[in-house]
Design a protein around this ligand. Structure first.
Ligand code: FPP
Length: 242
């Protein structure tokens, strides 16, 4: 029986987040340049997206470029931005066919103009799709997101539109860039590294974590199905007893 057949369709995670890691190491391992690893990672993005659509997972969030990734060699950054634009252009029909709505978090204004324009174009084109919401985290860093959220809350208090006593966990969630997304139920990271790397720190508080010992270009939908199957065997207690 395949993992897909074993999955309980009534207990699906609503939101899966993925740290796509290991492109560079995978490429190096076969004697190629790092960018070849990123290019090969595009197929894995499609696998993850179509796997979510196939299962009926409503939200998929991918860590595509962190705010720290800007300090990589200039050529690699340029190649990644180029790859983003080309992939969005090429995969437009895949988004439409699968009913995928594109969304972003992160400082999109840091990206080259043509990336911003392409993102806006596809976001607009897919705005009425509702099968799966694909969020790309681009120039994203969770600590900075929390800093910005804090500033916004302080500004509301200073303006008199929010009482200090009324600030609670929901206030923070509502002031994060992910305010229109549920917290992830399952977070997958490839490459065998077991860390969060400044990704959705507040939102992952009770998320089940799954670390896969494969590199991102090797990721296929079967890995998603296996991770979802394993997720379903866990008891989520949210700090309470069973
Ligand atoms: C991490 O691998 C991966 C990235 C920083 C970029 C992810 C980009 C893609 C999968 C391709 C395009 C994406 C979209 C959404 C079109 P790494 O380079 O850190 O690998 P390493 O840890 O082995 O060096």
């Amino acid at each position: 029986m395949s993992f897909k057949e074993k999955i309980n369709k009534t207990k699906l995670p609503e939101h899966v987040a993925i740290i796509m890691d290991g492109n560079g190491r995978w490429a190096k391992g076969i004697g190629k340049l790092r960018i070849f690893g990123h290019q090969s990672g595009v197929g894995a993005v499609r696998e993850a997206m179509e796997g979510c659509v196939d299962l009926g997972i409503r939200y998929l969030t991918l860590y595509a470029f962190s705010s720290e990734n800007w300090s990589r060699p200039k050529l690699e950054v340029q190649a990644l931005m180029e790859l983003l634009v080309n992939t969005l252009a090429k995969e437009t029909q895949t988004f439409i066919k699968n009913g995928v709505r594109l969304n972003t978090i992160g400082n999109i204004s840091d990206l080259p103009k043509r990336c911003q324009e392409k993102l806006l174009e596809i976001i607009d084109l897919t705005k009425n799709n509702n099968t799966c919401i694909l969020t790309l985290a681009l120039s994203y860093g969770s600590r900075m997101e929390i800093v910005e959220s804090t500033k916004s809350i302080c500004a509301q208090v200073l303006a008199g539109t929010l009482n200090l006593e009324d600030i609670n966990e929901k206030t923070i969630s509502k002031n994060l860039e992910t305010n229109d997304l549920p917290d992830p139920d399952l977070m997958i990271r490839t490459s065998g590294e077991q860390r969060i790397s400044n990704f959705l720190l507040y939102q992952l508080a009770y998320t089940e974590l799954c670390f896969l010992p494969i590199m991102w270009p090797e990721f296929v939908r079967e890995h998603l199905f296996e991770a979802v199957y394993n997720y379903q065997s866990r008891e989520r207690r949210f700090g309470k007893t069973s």
